[in-house]
Design a protein around this ligand. Structure first.
Ligand SMILES: CSCCC(=O)C(=O)COP(=O)(O)O
Ligand SMILES: [Zn+2]
Length: 197
């Protein structure tokens, strides 16, 4: 994917997520894979509903910006972890919605069962399925959190997304469009779960 295409798609995703209330204040961060070694990621501190071209920077899969004077998202290493874990991943999106935040504070994992929109998640062909979205304890030490996520993914390679307690959702896909559809599907199912409690 070219940086220009990725920037346009990520700006649109940010506008949509902002309209839906999923990226309040400067919460959330987005990225897209540019090659095996490079990713485009949001710079830290931008409002994700108001992204512009200079809100993005190129970084290596170790999270280091090519331009050392730029400050990549505080959570860049969580994006790197997913790209390094699965070479097919083309985009990682992170949201801070009310539904994902409330649910993530109540449980160690969120069980989603019987929803038609489960079919947006990898490997699911029917509503008659159950998916567990794990919840990791929040941690300001992002390298440590990324290592915990990595260990959990190695134990469960098909993990479709994860939550961080009191913080938000990480979801991904082979393209920005697929990652966005998965965020939309997961946020919809989280809202349903919240309304049914
Ligand atoms: C202000 S929200 C706290 C940081 C966070 O969780 C987030 O998603 C945004 O951080 P970034 O450095 O990517 O702007
Ligand atoms: Zn966050």
């Amino acid at each position: 994917m070219t940086p220009q295409t990725a920037i346009a798609e990520l700006i649109s995703a940010g506008e949509l997520f902002h309209r839906r209330g999923w990226v309040p204040a400067t919460g959330g961060n987005f990225s897209a894979r540019l090659s095996a070694e490079k990713m485009l990621v949001t710079a830290s501190g931008w409002h994700k509903g108001e992204l512009q071209e200079d809100a993005f920077l190129i970084a290596g899969m170790d999270g280091r910006p090519d331009d050392a004077s730029r400050k990549a998202s505080y959570e860049t290493l969580l994006h790197c972890q997913v790209y390094r874990f699965d070479a097919r991943v083309g985009s990682v999106l992170h949201t801070h919605s009310i539904a994902n935040t409330v649910l993530s504070r109540q449980k160690e994992s969120i069980r989603l069962s019987g929803y038609e929109l489960l079919k947006l998640l990898p490997g699911i062909q029917t509503h008659d399925a159950t998916v567990e979205v794990p919840v990791f304890e929040n941690d300001q030490d992002i390298p440590r959190l990324a290592a915990k996520v990595d260990e959990a993914m190695k134990r469960r390679p098909g993990m479709p997304a994860y939550l961080i307690s009191g913080h938000g959702l990480y979801a991904w896909g082979d393209s920005v469009a697929q990652a966005r559809h998965r965020v939309e599907a997961l946020e919809f199912m989280f809202e349903c779960e919240l309304h049914s409690r």
